[in-house]
Design a protein around this ligand. Structure first.
Ligand code: PA5
Length: 477
């Protein structure tokens, strides 16, 4: 691995501490050493399953190779990003789900938290927006703040058939046409290489600049391919660092033991906790920059594990409901429930050893001891103390929690986290014996939408919707 020095990479290692899942710290609510040793066979089998299927496109496991097989694409992306940064004032991602949450997460994690409000000379790149909804108000408001002719639109859709994204595409097409701008000049597609409507549109227009969303990579596992890499590069994020971080985490997860492989440990602990009825997984970063990583993780965990059939065709209803929570903000809203409510949660803390700055707290209010004790400390000390105090309070109350420690937040450590969560999800899916990479449960709603909007071929579904029983007035209050 040629990224920085070996010592630097080691100093940036993301570390898992799961002491607060054990009997020693939680009492009877925790796992004993015997329990943990008992997880070994399942963990080993999951590790072997994932390893044996690495890179297999037909199983949607192509994502495992993304840290290694994109050298050429990365150079192309960097060149495109350079020209986008020079030419455009705005960069708008149109996409949804796996085609949007990654770009949002990386933007939030590695850019200034008020990036779009910075003056241009400080921003260096275009203003950045990710439109992942079809709320008309949001679209109207976006159009109030961008100038279409000065905007690069990155339309991201593997299928090119997602109603939300294609609706947005139709709106931008109309806008650009009215402004007399060629789609080819202001649009970049990220889509399937051979199939799908964006491919057709590109062919019809004589070739729109397009990046490939590889065959074996599903939406929620796509942050480390052009889906996430192009927007990140446009923002000036070190995309080689992201990929190097992912490769580094991959190398840390090369053993079939929960004492050595952090992703395998997280998966085994979560699955064992789920078997005890811990059906809620709280993702709680103590960092505003990681707020949307929790969103990205929630999709990964929920859509991958929420399944009703095993790989051998047996009915099951598995999965753990992911909840996003932000430290310290949610200490003042959700932590009461986590500490005293049902014993149905595992809390994952994402904690930073070092923040991007310390922010000293000045002395003042010396006659008010309740306030003056804060003076002389730093905000970094305060947030770290609150993180430690919350972990302590939860542990004291017998609530399972563990911490992923980041030495600091940068592209390399973020890449590690992403790959850890992807591996964790794949291992957990293997332990649950389900198809981690499909999402049949979202299909019914999509079909009903098509029927309601009169899409050809969905007439029977429309009849089914029309034949629903009449609603009863007494239940409408
Ligand atoms: O994770 C997934 O597979 C989904 O969230 C998809 O990314 C989402 O539905 C968008 O699909 P597409 O990229 O085909 O527009």
């Amino acid at each position: 691995m040629g990224y920085k020095t070996r010592e630097w990479r080691k100093s940036m290692r993301v570390v898992l501490d799961y002491n607060n899942m054990t009997e020693k710290f939680l009492g009877k609510e925790g796992f004993s050493e015997t329990d943990l040793r008992g997880l070994a066979p399942k963990a080993k089998a999951a590790f072997e399953y994932v390893n044996a299927n690495r890179g297999k496109d037909e199983l949607y496991m192509g994502w495992t190779e993304l840290p290694y097989n994109q050298a050429e694409i990365v150079e192309d992306i960097l060149a495109t990003a350079k020209s986008v940064r020079k030419k455009f004032q705005y960069f708008v991602v149109l996409g949804i789900g796996g085609s949007a949450l990654g770009p949002i997460m990386a933007f939030n994690a590695l850019c200034h938290l008020h990036y779009n409000d910075l003056p241009k000379y400080k921003r260096k790149g275009p203003k950045f927006y990710v439109e992942d909804n079809v709320d008309p108000v949001r679209m109207r408001d976006l159009l109030d703040v961008i100038e279409p002719e000065k905007t690069c639109f990155n339309v991201i859709s593997k299928s090119g058939a997602t109603s939300e994204t294609m609706t947005q595409y139709l709106i931008l097409l109309d806008l650009l046409t009215k402004a007399g701008v060629s789609v080819k000049d202001n649009v970049i597609f990220t889509t399937d290489e051979k199939r799908g409507n964006l491919k057709k549109i590109s062919d019809e227009c004589g070739g729109i600049k397009s990046y490939v969303l590889p065959d074996g990579v599903g939406g929620r596992f796509s942050q480390l391919c052009p889906v996430g890499l192009l927007p990140a590069a446009v923002l000036g994020i070190d995309i080689k660092g992201l990929l190097a971080g992912a490769a580094y985490m991959d190398s840390l997860c090369n053993k079939p033991s929960i004492y050595k492989n952090p992703a395998l440990a997280c998966a085994a602990l979560q699955v064992a906790a789920m078997e005890q009825g811990k059906n809620v997984g709280v993702m709680m970063p103590y960092s505003d920059n990681l707020k949307y990583l929790a969103d990205w993780y929630c999709q990964l965990w929920a859509e991958s594990l929420g399944k009703n059939i095993t790989l051998d065709g047996k009915p099951c209803n598995v999965g753990q409901t992911p909840v996003k929570s932000l430290g310290v903000t949610d200490q003042h809203s959700q932590v009461q429930l986590y500490t005293e409510g049902p014993y149905d949660k595992v809390i994952t803390f994402l904690s930073l050893r070092k923040y991007g700055c310390e922010m000293p707290i000045p002395h003042g209010c010396e006659n008010i001891p309740d306030v003056s004790f804060l003076g002389g400390h730093t905000m970094e000390e305060l947030i770290q103390a609150e993180n430690a105090a919350t972990a302590y309070a939860l542990t004291k109350a017998g609530r399972m929690n563990y911490t992923l420690w980041l030495p600091e937040l940068n592209a390399f450590t973020l890449g590690q986290l992403l790959f850890l969560f992807e591996l964790q999800t794949a291992y957990a899916g293997a332990m649950l014996n389900i198809d981690t990479f499909n999402q049949p449960g979202v299909e019914e709603g999509k079909k009903a939408t098509f029927a309601l909007l009169g899409k050809r071929g969905y007439e029977a579904k429309k009849e089914e919707l029309d034949s629903l029983p009449e609603k009863e007035d007494k239940y409408i209050v």
